[in-house]
Design a protein around this ligand. Structure first.
Ligand code: UDP
Ligand code: MG
Length: 241
């Protein structure tokens, strides 16, 4: 019996990228004999042809599920919407703009046999100098305030066992603190280098204002959350809630 993997992807105005990413994911799983997959493609209130692309794919392939948010609510909201609907034993998340590459899934799956969560880091990041520098500052600052298991919080490629899913708290910016909340909740987190491509289609949705400054502000909230977070074991049940 094959093990199910869920692939959750947020899309906001990524019409050109949708079919290309779906084909890449399918090609990767064609080479993984032990795994089956489902895609949760989340349309975050797109105003271009993303909805139509997703509906066409979902109509043609039962493994693809289109989830449409009623309005644009941000990358974190789209990811959480998909994660909550995922049915796989393992859940992968990645950006929908082809900057991340599903070709990293096999080595991440291998690591998930040993660890609860694996976070990618962009070994050869294909973004501008300003983007790379602001990430470096944010990552260094982050490590001073919150628990962390990784060097590249903003990398979109991550995978985790489904037991982690209920611990991913929904707030705007949560996708940048996934490793923090999971380490803090007692899960084992590792990292591995992942492929990163320059964006070919569509535009980035972030600038300095909605990434760096908000990210620094979020540190206060995540620090509080980590300090006050509670986990518990229920008699007769595996794992912790
Ligand atoms: N995204 C989203 N909702 C938003 C902004 C972004 O779902 O409000 C998605 C976007 O479509 C992409 C991913 O989040 O799949 C990462 O966004 P982007 O590529 O713009 O980020 P960058 O690579 O520039 O950090
Ligand atoms: Mg991108």
């Amino acid at each position: 019996m094959k093990t199910m993997v869920s692939v959750v992807v947020p899309f906001y105005n990524e019409e050109a990228n949708v079919p290309l990413l779906a084909a890449k994911i399918d090609a990767v799983f064609a080479g993984l004999a032990d795994y089956d997959y489902e895609c949760l493609f989340v349309n975050d209130g797109s105003t271009d042809g993303t909805r139509a692309e997703l509906d066409a794919l979902a109509g043609a392939d039962a493994r693809i599920r289109a989830v449409h948010l009623a309005a644009n609510r941000g990358q974190s909201a789209a990811l959480v919407a998909g994660i909550r609907r995922a049915r796989g034993a393992y859940i992968f998340i990645l950006d929908g703009d082809l900057q991340n590459d599903p070709c990293d899934f096999p080595k991440m799956l291998a690591l998930l046999q040993e660890f609860d969560c694996v976070c990618g880091y962009r070994a050869h990041r294909q973004d501008s100098w300003v983007r790379r520098m602001s990430s470096r500052i944010a990552n260094r600052t982050r490590a001073l305030f919150v628990p962390t298991g990784t060097r590249d919080a903003g990398c979109g490629s991550k995978g985790f066992r489904r037991a982690c899913a209920p611990h991913i708290v929904a707030f705007n910016g949560a996708h940048r603190f996934l490793d923090s909340v999971l380490v803090n909740a007692g899960f084992t987190v590792t990292e591995c280098p992942v492929t990163h491509h320059p964006r070919q289609h569509g535009v980035s949705k972030y600038g300095i204002h909605n990434r760096l400054w908000r990210g620094l502000y979020d540190l206060i909230g995540v620090r509080w959350l980590c300090k006050r977070y509670v986990t518990f074991e229920v008699e007769g049940e595996d794992g912790h809630g």
